[in-house]
Design a protein around this ligand. Structure first.
Ligand code: MN
Length: 316
């Protein structure tokens, strides 16, 4: 059982005192403390959220629910937590019992490297094979594991993938397309190709990891002449639905390949993400190849571009 709720500052103070002696030596990232009381792990985060984990998590949680009521006259309903988790478990069971088409993308948070979107069809009969490979919770898989299992999946599972290079990404941005619109266009593209292949796949649902409200998604693809509309949108789809997980893994695999190609081509190790190391590499690229190269290999609308340009200006 896991219970999470936000705790008011005065109650946070009480919690810190109360768990003083039960504190664990190590504190997870962004946590004020983590404590172990009986079988319950209690974590208080800097955001003010408290998390209670364990079979009797409700006992500890209720101490602070009562305290909130007493000190702040605040009512917290922890049964909502349980309902959400039950719903998630039901969905997980459901999506892993049917044949689905699902899509997922990577690269949208990375300054360098393309956006890769994949749609795949996972037949019910393949779910055991997929579970054996350890596909579930694809977000938690290491790059090493991705490199190992993606080729096996690509051999066994029908899929369509599309890679949007950054020169084209930057053109889209110049047209005023935001990231969600670009994502919607790309998801629609691969879903359409997969559902209109010569071979027809007997899917029961098309699942997309929800990144915007469905209404907005369809607004984004309004101009597309070829559209897939029978979509089930759900959050955390890559952990609930096998085909979304497979698509996420294939996308990541192709992304990793492209990143290593790019590293070889430029003679610089190209990092993922959008942190300070990325800025350093951006500076090196401009110094070595000029600004034009950066426009080819980076998502220019990210804040990194400004930071890179400023750093170069101040050095000159
Ligand atoms: Mn996703």
């Amino acid at each position: 059982m896991t219970i999470v709720f936000k705790v008011s500052p005065n109650v946070q103070k009480k919690m810190i005192e109360y768990y003083q002696d039960a504190k664990r030596e190590k504190t997870p990232p962004y946590a004020i403390f983590q404590a172990m009381e009986a079988d319950t792990i209690i974590t208080l985060y800097e955001s003010g959220k408290a998390m209670f984990q364990g079979v009797s998590a409700d006992i500890d949680a209720n101490i602070w629910v009562d305290m909130e009521k007493k000190l702040n006259n605040r009512l917290i309903d922890i049964s909502e937590n349980q309902k959400k988790q039950d719903k998630y478990k039901d969905e997980l069971k459901y999506y892993y019992s049917i044949s689905t088409i699902g899509s997922d993308e990577v690269g949208t948070g990375d300054y360098f490297g393309p956006i890769v979107v994949t749609a795949s069809y996972v037949d019910k009969s393949k779910i055991d094979f997929i579970n054996e490979l350890g596909v579930k919770d694809s977000k938690k898989l290491t790059d090493e594991k991705i490199l190992k299992i993606a080729p096996l999946l690509m051999k066994e599972i029908p899929y369509v993938t599309f890679t949007l290079n950054n020169a084209d990404y930057n053109k889209y941005q110049n047209l005023g397309y935001n990231m969600n619109k670009i994502k919607a266009i790309l998801h629609n593209k691969v879903l359409y190709s997969l559902t209109h292949k010569e071979e027809k796949y007997p899917y029961q649902k098309i699942v997309v990891d929800q990144f915007v409200y469905p209404r907005k998604y369809f607004e984004h693809i309004l101009e597309a002449t070829q559209k897939v509309t029978d979509i089930t949108f759900t959050t955390k789809a890559e952990s609930k639905c096998a085909s979304v997980a497979v698509s996420s893994i294939i996308s990541r695999y192709i992304f990793l390949m492209k990143m290593s190609e790019l590293s070889k081509e430029l003679g610089i190790t190209i990092p993922k993400g959008a942190n300070d190391i990325v800025d350093e590499v951006g500076i090196s690229i401009i110094k070595k190849y000029g600004l034009n190269k950066l426009e080819e290999v980076a998502k220019l609308n990210f804040k990194n571009t400004q930071k890179i340009k400023e750093a170069l200006r101040s050095k000159n």
